[in-house]
Design a protein around this ligand. Structure first.
Ligand code: FAD
Length: 590
């Protein structure tokens, strides 16, 4: 995503990293604020991904960082900091425009072994101070230590249930309850269930769709994933090298279905989660499900909501639209463009769905007009990948890239993404000029930080151009600014310049409501108020609100986001639930 490796200066880098980590470890051992402060630059950041204490936050500024790091390291008995040059030989890199030495550290805590990434800035006299440090628990080592404790029984009793029979029995949950119920079986729900199960707890996924993968399968024809395949791997089972650079929707749908089978995940399809209430005394939920038309109640200890940051259609109130006598569909209900050949269709919206639907309709021979309400980021699909640079090209294995990527604190990510957006804009300049000539209004994210932060704040608001922008620029797809509409009529709308546009269908590609909306609908106002907003950044922690961590409601968790986020962050849900069930972490966030 952010780094641009420079020529290796392995020995110097290694010496600098080793010297730094020795000084850092000694400062912590001595509990010396002054010595620890010497290890960091003024504008330094510490991203704690549950590595040193269970508090998920980014601390910025040397003074705050040193105070928090000292206190939390003491509480978690964090010690033995060292460089892991086998995972990553300390290397030179350019991050957010600054030349750094990048290295992976290891340490130990009462909660298990940890690792993280450091980025050091060196002064002309060779002294290195840290600009960023991240800390997380080493999930694989924690699990491996437990695997070793389990005995392997080779004795076979042929009268006993075999693997398949046991699997079916287990997944039926007749007379038993899962420890964790995961609502939603997209990649985020599946990843959470896999990690919970690896921790030795039981997890059941419920999804209202007919078949695993339908969350992709049922989307519009021609859809492909937007990020390159190396960024999107699921944990434990990477995509085969034969997979294309951008995976088509049916292929990813089938992959998810196979993945669930191979990783032996309990999954109920055609099961709708209708709501749940929590009993403080028993520490369990009462969950109402409709499974294949019949009611079913379960009592899990935890619920993980994985219903997507954009799960519920957002149908805006548009004054006067009722005058239109044709059908008005939300984009989620739009299936195929072929039926509209030779007919006029208006699509409201300028995000991904709007563009993809316009393009499909145009290809099917419809007369298409897009209506733009607000400026939108448009980026050609190839330059859009530059934000994911950490995962592309030669380099360390994906596990190490995940450490490096997740070790980027938000303020540094913003700086880096501003630089990348400038680079991307230069590459896309010819397209942008043509779009603006056609009347399309562009923008590039808050403070020019581009699409990834738009995804993390709004869950959308951009388009990766795969051809629709050229159709708009060439006038093959019409473009109207919403502000230019005078009034809606029975057959379309009138424009302020006196012209009119006839249409037979309005498609509202106006996005989706986020998890907040679903939270209140499924759990009621009280729980929603206790939890507060979900997704988007919390100013206090500089992390996504309520994501992958304990919330104001005991036993309620959220996961969402990209494939890479599911791969990295699902483990933290599993680690925390495991710590709660072992009695070392309070279930309720105080
Ligand atoms: C065109 C396109 C390309 C994209 N490309 C990429 C990419 O390359 N890489 C990337 O990382 N991301 C990509 N994304 C973004 C992102 O990964 C998706 O939005 C993704 O689907 C989010 O996964 P999820 O598991 O959170 O939600 P979903 O995949 O939407 O799954 C949620 C599931 O919850 C179920 N559900 C909801 N409510 C209930 C209920 N009450 N009861 C039971 N089940 C329920 C739904 O049926 C659904 O199956 C792309 C998105 C689009 C639209």
């Amino acid at each position: 995503m952010l780094d641009k490796p420079a020529p290796a200066l392995e020995e110097t880098n290694r010496d600098a990293a080793e010297r730094w980590v020795r000084a850092f470890d000694a400062a912590l051992r001595a509990c010396s604020e002054a010595a620890l402060a010497e290890c960091f630059v003024d504008d330094s950041h510490w991203r704690n991904l549950f590595g040193i204490s269970w508090y998920f936050a980014t601390f910025s500024g040397r003074e705050v960082l040193v105070r928090e790091l000292l206190a939390r390291s003491r509480d978690a008995a964090a010690a033995g900091f060292r460089i892991d040059a086998v995972l990553l030989a300390p290397r030179s890199a350019v991050v957010a425009g600054r030349e750094v030495i990048e290295a992976v550290i290891r340490f130990d805590t009462v909660n298990g072994p940890g690792f993280g990434a450091i980025r050091l800035l060196t002064s002309p006299d060779g002294e290195a101070k840290a600009w960023t440090i991240s800390t997380t628990l080493d999930y694989d080592r924690i699990c491996a230590a437990r695997d070793g404790e389990r005995s392997t029984l080779h004795v076979r009793d042929f009268a006993e249930a075999d693997w398949l029979e046991r699997r079916r029995d287990r997944a039926a949950y007749t007379g038993s309850d899962p420890d964790v119920l995961v609502v939603g079986g997209g990649h985020t729900g599946i990843s959470a269930a896999v990690e919970v199960k690896r921790m030795g707890l039981s997890a059941l996924i419920v999804d209202r769709e007919e078949r695993i993968g339908d969350n992709w399968r049922l989307r519009y024809r021609g859809l492909k994933l937007h990020n390159k395949t190396p960024v999107n791997h699921l944990r434990y089972l990477p995509f085969p090298v034969t997979f294309p650079e951008y995976i088509p929707k049916d292929q990813i749908a089938n992959w998810l279905e196979s993945y669930v089978d191979i990783l032996d995940v309990d999954f109920w399809t055609r099961t709708s989660f209708e709501g749940a209430s929590y009993d403080d005394a028993s520490g369990r939920w009462t969950v109402r499900l409709i499974r294949e038309g019949a009611e079913r109640t379960l009592h899990p200890k935890h619920i993980v909501l994985a219903t997507s940051v954009s799960g519920f259609p957002n149908v805006p109130v548009i004054d006067g639209i009722d005058n239109f006598k044709g059908p008005v569909l939300h984009s989620s209900a739009f299936k195929a463009g072929r039926a509209w050949q030779g007919r006029s269709v208006v699509v409201f919206g300028t995000g991904t769905s709007a563009h993809d639907i316009c393009q499909e309709l145009e290809a099917a021979g419809a007369r298409v007009t897009m209506v733009q309400r607000s400026p939108t980021m448009v980026v050609n699909v190839e330059p859009a990948q530059i934000y994911d640079r950490t995962y592309l090209g030669d380099g360390p294995p994906i596990e190490v890239r995940d450490i490096i990527n997740s070790g980027v604190p938000l303020p540094v990510m913003k700086m880096a993404h501003k630089i990348i957006t400038t680079e991307v804009k230069a590459l896309d300049a010819p397209l942008h000029a043509r779009l603006e000539q056609a009347g399309f209004r562009l923008e590039f994210g808050e403070d020019g930080t581009g699409w990834p932060l738009k995804f993390r704040t709004r869950g959308g608001g951009y388009y990766f151009n795969v051809g629709c922008s050229e159709l708009i620029a060439d006038g093959k797809i019409g473009l109207v600014q919403f502000a230019d509409i005078e009034a809606f009529t029975a057959g379309g709308f009138k424009l302020k310049d006196g012209s009119a546009l006839d249409a037979e269908l309005f498609v509202l590609a106006t996005g989706y409501k986020g998890l907040d909306h679903l939270l209140e609908k499924l759990f009621g106002r009280e729980v929603a108020a206790r939890v507060g907003r979900v997704w988007g950044f919390d100013d206090a922690t500089q992390e996504l609100r309520n994501m992958w961590r304990r919330t104001g409601q005991a036993g309620l968790w959220f996961t969402a986001g990209a494939f890479s986020q599911a791969r990295i962050y699902s483990r933290y849900i599993a680690l925390q639930i495991d710590a709660i069930e072992r009695g070392v972490l309070a279930k309720q966030l105080s």
